[in-house]
Design a protein around this ligand. Structure first.
Ligand code: PEP
Ligand code: MN
Length: 339
């Protein structure tokens, strides 16, 4: 349920409502917009008299929230969220770029990529140290050594590090290195892990599960947010369909659907969505046109030598070309790109 306060409700009206909620062991989440203050209520509402609440000074109306996700729900917080990381932000009219190799493979590979991306104005460096590979015989990542290289790259360039955690154990290791945790598609349903990243207090890029519905995805975000962490960035990375021309199918409609249902920012990942580098630029353009808050894209100094996902990685020239095509479009779409 949400409590919509009257436009002229005073601070004292708001405080009194919150006091009543807390006295009844309910959690109140305040969302102060330009026009209205909304108080989101979480907990067992059977203890409350809704009629009494509705009669309180400053209260305009009570609105039930029927969806199972609350904190990520746009009804709870109508204004789009802007997620701040290390002085950079995602959401709020920006078109952010998270870029870097699929896997951290060596110090040289990572630093070369980070230095290049820095020259292109990219603020978020991605790179996997713990790789959730389909085959146990495929390259599994450098582990903590990979995180050391990411840290070195961040110290040199000032970029924010986005890196995947796959378990409680890897979360504990990565906590000293990551600026943003990534929860991969395969772990979107790992609820215990979601709770732990919620408690860890760092921003989280939450990828959509391989065959998760949008409601399941928002419920996964809810698991993180319920632990007191509001800094969740959604990432649409393609879903499983019958189509085999691409690795997955980018659900472009998920972007306006999320916009409609949630205040959280949403990125697309055209690399994992397609598995084919040629499709990255057209899908980035589509994402920008439908209102995405940015992209996560794989970049490698020599994609043909990559230890994972080379076919869907851009080289430096392709990356520059992508930016040159996106920049004029950003202006048309009312988006600001980092420079
Ligand atoms: C990744 O971004 O490195 C990755 C493994 O992606 P996903 O979880 O979307 O497959
Ligand atoms: Mn990858």
């Amino acid at each position: 349920m949400i409590i919509v306060m009257k436009p002229d409700a005073s601070q004292s009206h708001i405080r009194k409502v919150v006091e009543v909620l807390e006295k009844n062991h309910l959690k109140a989440h305040l969302s102060k917009g330009k026009q209205l203050t909304i108080i989101g209520v979480i907990g067992d509402k059977s203890v409350l008299s809704e009629a009494n609440l509705e009669a309180m000074d400053g209260v305009e109306r009570l609105v039930p929230i029927t969806e199972s996700y609350k904190l990520s729900n746009k009804k709870f917080k109508p204004e789009p969220s802007v997620i701040k990381v290390k002085g950079f932000s995602i959401g709020g009219g920006r078109f952010s770029i998270v870029a870097g190799p699929c896997s951290v493979e060596s110090r040289e590979q990572l630093l070369k990529t980070a230095r290049f991306l820095k020259t292109q104005g990219v603020c978020f460096l991605r790179g996997g140290a713990f790789k959730p590979r389909t085959s146990p015989y495929a390259f599994q990542g450098l582990g903590q050594q990979g995180l050391e290289y990411l840290k070195e790259a961040a110290e040199e360039t000032g970029m924010a590090i986005v890196t995947e955690v796959t378990s409680m154990k890897t979360l504990e290791i990565a906590i000293d290195y990551a600026d943003v945790f990534q929860i991969g598609a395969r772990n979107m349903h790992s609820f215990e892990l979601l709770k732990e990243v919620g408690k860890a207090g760092k921003p989280v890029v939450l990828k959509r599960g391989l065959s998760a519905t949008i409601d399941e995805w928002l419920n996964a975000a809810e698991y993180i947010m319920r632990e007191g962490n509001n800094r969740v960035i959604l990432c649409e990375r393609g879903i499983r369909t019958f189509e085999t021309a691409t690795r997955n199918t980018l659900d472009i409609s998920a972007i306006p659907v999320i916009r409609n249902k949630s205040h959280l920012p949403v990125l697309i990942d055209p690399s994992h969505a397609t598995g084919v580098r040629d499709y990255i630029v057209p899908l980035c353009k589509a994402a920008m046109a439908v209102g995405a808050d940015g992209i996560m894209v794989e970049v490698h100094p020599a994609p043909s030598e990559a230890l994972s996902d080379g076919a869907q990685s851009l080289d430096f020239e392709d990356f520059k070309k992508m930016l040159s095509e996106l920049k004029p479009l950003a202006e048309l779409c009312g988006k600001v790109m980092d420079r």
